[in-house]
Write a protein that binds this ligand. Sequence first.
Ligand code: 5RP
Length: 266
Amino acid sequence: MDWGMANRLAQLIQADGHALFLPVDHGYFQGPTRKLEEPRKTIEPLMPYADAIFITRGVLRNAVDPDNTKPIILRVSGGTSVAGKDLDNEGITTSMEEAIRLNAMAVGLSVFVGSDHERESLLNLSALVNEGERYGLPVMAVTAVGRELAKRDARYLALACRVAAELGARVVKTYWCEGFDKVVQGCPVPVVMAGGPQVDTELEVFRFVYDGIQQGAIGVNLGRNIWQNDFPVAMIKGIRAIIHDQATPEQAQELYESAQNEAKSS
Ligand code: 5RP
C-alpha cells in the first residue's frame, strides 16, 4: 500500500485497530434532520470524542473550523432527497480534486445493492475507487437501504458488503443485524456499523455496538443514536468506551448515566 493511503487509513483507524466515525451528513438527502438543524451546535461538543467526522463539503465549510477538527471523511454522493421518488438514484457530487483541496482523509458514497439503481451506484463506487487509489484516498462504501429498513438482515448485508469490498472500498459501513458474524466474515475489508433511526434505549445501542465489535467490526459510523439523544456527549462517551476501552454494555450504561448526571448538574 502506498504511503499516502496507509497514512490516511492510520489517521482514521486508530492504533488499537478500532474507530469511532461520527456521521453528520444526513442533511444531504433529509434536509434539516432533527437535532442537526444547526450542524455547528451538534458537532462541536462531540468532536473531541470522535476519531473522524463524515460530512458533506457544504456543512464542512460552514460549520467546522479548519483549525479545530478531526480527520474528515467527505460524503461525495447525492443528488436525491426524501421529497423525490428514488433515493437510490445517487450520483457522485464532489470531485476528487475538491476532496484533496478540503484535506479529506477519505471519501464516502452510498451503494444501493438490489435497488433499481444498483448498477449505477456500484459503477459510481468503482469510478471513485479508481480515482481514490490514484491519489491515495480511501473510499468508504455506505451500504444504504433507502426507505427499506427491513432489508437489514445478515444475508442482504453480507452480499452488499462483499460486493462493495470486491469493487475496492477500503472500508465498508453497514448495519448491525442478527448473525452479524456472517457479514463481517464475508467482508475482507474493515467494517463499521451505522445505527439507523434512533432506538428506544441507550442500552440497546450499547448492546449492538458491543456485539458488533465482538463479531469483528472495527467500530462505528453512528450518528442519530448519538446526536438525537438528549445527552449526546454522554452517549458518545459510552460508545467510545466500548470501542476503545473494551467496556461492556453495562459499563457503557454506567458511564452514560454518570455523564448524564454531570450534564444535568452543570
Ligand atoms: C446517512 C448515512 C449515515 O452516515 C449513516 O446512516 C450513519 O448514520 P446513522 O447512525 O444515523 O444511521 O449514510 O446519510
